[in-house]
Write a protein that binds this ligand. Structure first.
Ligand code: ADP
Ligand code: MG
Length: 365
């Protein structure tokens, strides 16, 4: 994929609905041509407002949005050539499937011969070939959403906006539709901006994720980077589960990109850190639960391993893994995710929670 140019630019965009508080605060970012960009964040963080401004259904209070280099602020929605898909399908109930899909073409005054052809192709793409003459009420939720997808893509827009389009579907159907949308994205080479509050969905589908909180983008990066190198504690908490430790630097240089830090229970950790930090600085560390393994006390560890003495407080079975809550000295609590493929047998007595130095990282140093 070629990300060398932006199809969309947000330039100092702010939005206030009440003239007092901003629900979107100073957005400055680009959507790269051809990418699948996800806006991920909690409810009320400004995702839909951002999408609505891009679509033209809301106006920025300040700043400019441009599409293909043209400032959009004064261009009405129907002239923006943007496809839209919403959570609640928004199909026209009195029109057949084919008429629904044909609607954007008729709005654009496409000849009826061409309309028939394009509608057929679009319904094919979402596997609804045989259902052209049904009414929306005769379709399942998943089928209705496919119609909405066909309708959003039928006029060959260069940009498609999707606002929680899979939110109303049950888990299996949702996962199938995630893959289908990904395939459509790849096959058409269209740019997609996708909104969700579901972190798994964002990690599976996206080329890039922009994490929203309180109207501000906290970090925009690839799923891998977001998960492994979260920029701040909000991102680390919102995407995946995280164990945090407050610590003090005891040695700022113990070999390449590593520092030594003492945590509240007295253990000294060997921590991965690329930056510079002074001794005695208070910092915050994190380790993902899947990187923590449980060992019997005294089992030999490798030189770069960290460990904390813990008791097992709680075990929660999740099928493919178990979540184990651990308590160390000074009431330090951590969660370890243990794959059922490895498991553990002895849950009594003291254990060591062990993790590699490279899996222990610094936040907000
Ligand atoms: P998200 O999609 O991330 O859940 P929204 O963009 O829908 O967030 O909402 C952001 C904030 O703006 C929320 O506090 C919401 O209540 C408010 N808001 C959204 N739409 C309107 C509106 N049309 N009028 C007034 N306030 C709104
Ligand atoms: Mg929303």
């Amino acid at each position: 994929m070629n990300y060398s140019n932006n199809i969309v630019m947000f330039d100092g965009v702010k939005k206030s609905y009440d003239g007092e508080s901003y629900v979107v605060k100073d957005l400055n970012f680009g959507v790269e041509r051809g990418e699948f960009l996800t806006l991920l964040g909690p409810s009320g963080s400004g995702k839909t407002t951002t999408l609505m401004m891009l679509a033209g259904f809301e106006t920025p209070t300040q700043g400019e949005i441009s599409l293909n280099g043209n400032v959009l602020n004064k261009i009405p929605p129907y002239k923006r050539d943007i496809g839209m898909i919403f959570q609640n399908y928004a199909l026209f109930p009195h029109m057949t499937v084919a008429e629904n899909v044909a609607f954007p073409l008729k709005m654009r005054k496409i000849s009826s011969h061409e309309v028939g052809e394009k509608v057929k192709k679009s319904l094919d793409m979402v596997h609804l070939k045989g259902l052209a003459d049904r009414m929306p009420s005769q379709l399942s939720g998943g089928q209705q959403q496919r119609v909405a997808i066909a309708r959003a893509l039928v006029f060959n827009p260069k940009l498609v906006l999707l606002d929680e389009p899979l939110g109303a579907l049950d888990k299996n159907l949702r996962q199938n539709m995630q893959l289908e949308l990904k395939h459509i994205h790849e096959n058409l080479g269209v740019t997609m901006v996708f909104v969700t509050h579901d972190q798994d969905e964002a990690l599976t589908m996206s080329d890039r994720i922009a994490i929203f909180n309180d109207g501000v983008i906290q970090q925009a990066a690839s799923p891998n980077e977001i998960y492994n190198w979260p920029k701040n504690s909000f991102v680390a908490k919102f995407v995946g589960e995280t164990n945090f430790f407050q610590a003090k630097v005891v040695s700022s240089n113990i070999g390449k990109n590593h520092i030594a830090c003492e945590i509240m229970s007295g253990e000294v950790f060997n921590v991965y850190y690329e930056g510079r930090v002074k001794e005695k600085t208070n910092i915050s560390l994190f380790v993902r639960p899947e990187n923590i393994r449980l060992e019997s006390l005294g089992v030999k560890k490798s030189e770069n391993d960290n460990s904390i003495k813990v008791k097992i407080e709680d075990v929660n079975y999740h099928g493919d893994h178990s979540k184990v809550t651990l308590v160390g000295d000074n009431d330090i609590r951590l969660v370890s995710k243990i794959s059922s493929a490895y498991g553990y047998s002895d849950l009594s007595g003291l254990k060591e929670a062990v993790f590699k130095a490279s899996d222990c990282k610094v936040l907000e140093a």
